[in-house]
Design a protein around this ligand. Structure first.
Ligand SMILES: [Zn+2]
Ligand SMILES: [Zn+2]
Length: 337
């Protein structure tokens, strides 16, 4: 971390530092404690301005944009495990119920197109709970009309909510790729009053989020495995929802797989992939799907991108004696990404 130039300058730096400290002491001596101003406003400002992480994947540039975090009461939400088991797993990683879940949105720059994977919660969770994505996209200088394609992992409000604002399409020129089985399930008028006790709000919110794009004829339903948009492969992974899809992007021998809601709680569902969450439309199928897909992703050492793992949610899956573990991708922050 040091270089010759840095060592030579050390003496000068120390002198500057000493003068700085002396001036600071003098300044404090002239300020009463009650009059001292803490930099809380600027700290909050910096916090609001975080939420971007960019890296290269072959010829593509991927930016993970945080839509915010939301608290999750795992005692209520998780299924298939006693509360003590869940609390024990959380304690091992210094977490306590309720835990914060990230909502990560992925922006992919192909060089001539801007593509999204999911869109965050939009306005649906209320102010302060998700919905930061579109403003952050704006700050990047990306115009909403410049988004050409959106790959939806599944029609749940925290993934499709950002598609609309005040009933209008936020991305008027975008094609929306989404599993046909999710369209059939969530947009079916018969299901609007709820199915098998599944929260009916999902169906109403799905209708609100998707309808403007149905009206524009911009929805591209997916069935089976198919190649889309040059280097993407879309493949069905039903369970969490009937039309849940993974998207694998390959470029120059590298790949990343966007795995949607195959996992919500890192500390619990990697070691115990059998533990499900109340959001799963089909609990046993969601657990089986997670087990099968994670085994395959671990086997192939594939990089994954997950919306609800702690931001930015990029890494790898390893197998362990029983279950799996998540390994974060290396952090890069220098010129050239
Ligand atoms: Zn979901
Ligand atoms: Zn989700």
């Amino acid at each position: 971390m040091s270089n010759v130039q840095g060592r030579k300058r050390m003496g000068f730096k120390k002198t500057v530092l000493a003068i700085g400290l002396l001036l600071q002491c003098l300044a404090y001596a002239n300020t009463s404690v009650a009059g001292a101003e803490l930099p809380t406003a600027s700290v909050a400002k910096y916090h609001a301005e975080t939420g971007y992480y960019t890296f290269k994947l072959g010829t593509y540039e991927i930016t993970v944009i945080s839509d915010g975090t939301v608290p999750q009461d795992l005692h209520v939400l998780l299924k298939g495990a006693p509360q003590q088991t869940v609390d024990g797993l959380l304690n091992q990683v210094h977490l306590h119920n309720p835990v914060e879940a990230s909502i990560n949105v992925f922006l992919i720059n192909t060089g001539n197109k801007l593509i999204l994977v999911d869109t965050g919660a939009g306005d649906f969770f209320g102010k302060g709970f998700g919905g930061k994505f579109s403003e952050r996209l704006n700050k990047l200088g990306v115009k909403l009309e410049d988004i050409s394609d959106i790959l939806i992992t599944h029609i749940h409000t925290d993934h499709t909510g950002g598609l609309v604002h005040e009933g209008k399409a936020v991305f008027p020129n975008a094609n929306i790729y989404v599993g046909k089985a999710d369209i059939d399930f969530f947009l079916d008028a018969k299901n609007q009053n709820g199915v098998n006790g599944y929260d009916k709000a999902y169906f109403q919110q799905a209708q609100t989020a998707m309808q403007p794009y149905v009206a524009l004829d911009h929805v591209k339903p997916l069935g089976g495995e198919q190649k889309i948009l040059a280097d993407f492969t879309a493949y069905p992974t039903p369970g969490h929802t009937p039309g849940h899809y993974y998207y694998r992007l390959e470029s120059q021998g590298q790949s990343i797989t966007f795995i949607g809601d195959s996992v919500h709680v890192e500390a619990v569902q990697f070691p115990h992939p059998d533990i499900t969450i109340t959001y799963d439309v089909d609990q046993p199928r969601a657990a089986k799907q997670r087990q099968a897909q994670f085994a395959q992703l671990a086997e192939s050492s594939a990089m994954i991108a997950a919306p609800h793992l702690p931001y930015p949610g990029i890494g790898y899956i390893n197998t362990q004696k029983s279950g799996f573990t998540f390994v974060r991708a290396e952090y890069h922050d220098r010129q050239g990404l």
